[in-house]
Design a protein around this ligand. Structure first.
Ligand code: NAI
Length: 433
């Protein structure tokens, strides 16, 4: 369902009324479009404290400028901030330039991991989180602010390119930790998934369809998995993307084996997207509503993950991206079953990530969508829908492609140092923030 309010506030009377009445004024977000450079303008580099990062390294693929009149993005390197005095350099670096950042522009703050042996460093590095989240809430005009903790620039190259680009249009207020694993950058940055096979569950429609499209646009051969009832849609999509359709209920106990049988060449990217809701308050919830949600959203994710890791179908260098939800982080009335299942996904990611990387060379991360414009959210009653749409820093819902772009970044061969992260795609929703 179209966001009519967003369209209205783009008109002259809409702008006037929303300003006069103090109503939210969402800005249309700029997203990736073919042929547009990423980022679509200058990225300004600023530094606070003394940094050891080599951001000028050409292998990063970032074209950083020391000065820019109307930057599309600002990258603030604050990794060297170790005390409160130097923290003032964060203010000094951004205060003069924030206003000039273009509409739908990006601010990315770089921080260091917290030093357990130095509570002054830990205090001011943690301070960067409060700073980032607050700037995200006040910056407006479709602009986003995120924090990346890192120790080494090359390992974070894919993450920086994503966060500085229009691909991260609906990702704001996030803190992402990047490890120190050696990463191999894809040969062709425009087709990072060339030669790779990706399987997306629940891909016949909604967010899963957008994920399949985006991974295919990035060069992957995509297996479009959905329930047998959705086979015609899955087939049509697979044909359009030059992929393969797989009619399979993911809750089938032999789902892992059936997937393995259709993928003799192995799998590089596994996206657990299939999900259902069966909302009721706990007092009115029959056991069947509880178990069906837990079965699709969590049990089948655990089972297929285990099967595809242990039978070696997921190759080294592989990527698992699971779909959580902000309801799993914040809780939501009427969704004890759904929120339990999505919080379970977060637990799975955090526990499995280090082991999967050490033992199988596979990263495990989650996306946690907020309010995304799909058939699922179009069915939500009007007032609750409007609240969901507006209660975030961008004052609008996200699109399926926003979740898809985030998934594609986590699936990138160059994202091998991003592991165990839960990245919200929620426009910095107030829920559970
Ligand atoms: P949707 O209902 O439009 O699509 C879900 C797809 O999964 C459908 O094609 C369905 O047939 C398939 N599916 C369901 N059960 C299956 C099973 N047992 N085996 C195989 N396929 C199955 O949902 P939407 O909105 O696209 O959501 C996708 C994911 O994102 C879900 O995990 C959902 O929980 C999550 N999410 C969505 C949000 C939103 O605002 N739309 C917000 C937060 C999370």
């Amino acid at each position: 369902m179209a966001d009519r309010y967003l369209t209205f506030t783009g008109t002259a009377p809409g702008r006037f009324l929303s300003r006069r009445l103090g109503l939210p004024r969402p800005a249309p977000l700029k997203r990736r479009s073919p042929g547009r450079p990423t980022p679509p303008g200058d990225t300004l580099l600023r530094t606070a404290g003394k940094s050891d990062l080599d951001l000028a390294d050409t292998a990063l693929g970032l074209d950083l400028k020391a000065a820019a009149e109307k930057p599309a993005a600002v990258l603030l390197d604050a990794t060297g901030v170790r005390d409160v005095e130097t923290l003032a350099e964060v203010h000094a670096a951004l205060h003069p330039v924030v206003r000039s950042v273009a509409d739908s522009g990006r601010v990315v703050v770089l921080g260091a991991p917290l030093d357990p042996a130095d509570h002054h460093q830990a205090a001011v590095q943690q301070a960067l989180e409060g700073f980032t989240r607050s700037l995200g809430k006040e910056i407006g005009r479709g602009r986003t602010v995120n924090l990346v903790r890192l120790t080494e620039a090359r390992a974070a190259a894919s993450t920086l390119r994503f966060l500085l680009s229009p691909k991260s249009a609906y990702v704001s207020g996030q803190v992402i930790e990047v490890g120190t694993e050696q990463v191999t950058a894809p040969e062709d940055p425009d087709l990072p998934l060339a030669g790779r096979t990706a399987l997306v569950t629940g891909a016949a429609r909604g967010i899963g369809e957008a994920v399949a499209e985006t991974l295919a646009a990035d060069g992957a051969h995509v297996v479009v998995l959905d329930v047998p009832q959705a086979e015609p849609e899955a087939r049509r999509l697979a044909e359009r993307l030059g992929g393969t359709a797989l009619a399979l209920d993911i809750t089938a106990h032999d789902a892992g084996e059936r997937i393995a049988a259709t993928l003799p060449g192995g799998l590089d990217v596994l996206v657990h997207n299939a999900g259902i809701t069966r909302d009721r308050r706990l007092v009115n919830m029959p056991a069947e509503r509880w178990s069906s949600v837990l079965e699709v959203n969590l049990a089948s994710v655990l089972r297929t993950t285990d099967a595809l890791l242990t039978n070696g179908v997921l190759r080294r260098g592989g990527r698992i991206v699971a779909t959580a939800s902000i309801a799993g982080l914040a809780g939501n009335a009427g969704q004890t079953n759904y929120a339990a299942s999505k919080a379970g996904v977060v637990g799975l990611v955090r526990s499995l990530a280090p082991r999967a990387l050490a033992e199988h060379g596979v990263t495990v991360n989650a996306v946690a969508p907020g309010f995304i414009e799909t058939k699922m959210t179009a069915a939500v009653p009007l007032l609750i829908r409007e609240a969901g749409r507006r209660m975030n820093s961008l004052a609008q819902g996200g699109l399926p492609v926003d979740v898809a772009e985030t998934t594609a970044w986590l699936a990138d061969p160059g994202s091998g140092a991003v592991n165990g992260q839960v990245v919200r795609v929620c426009g910095q929703s107030l829920l559970g923030a």
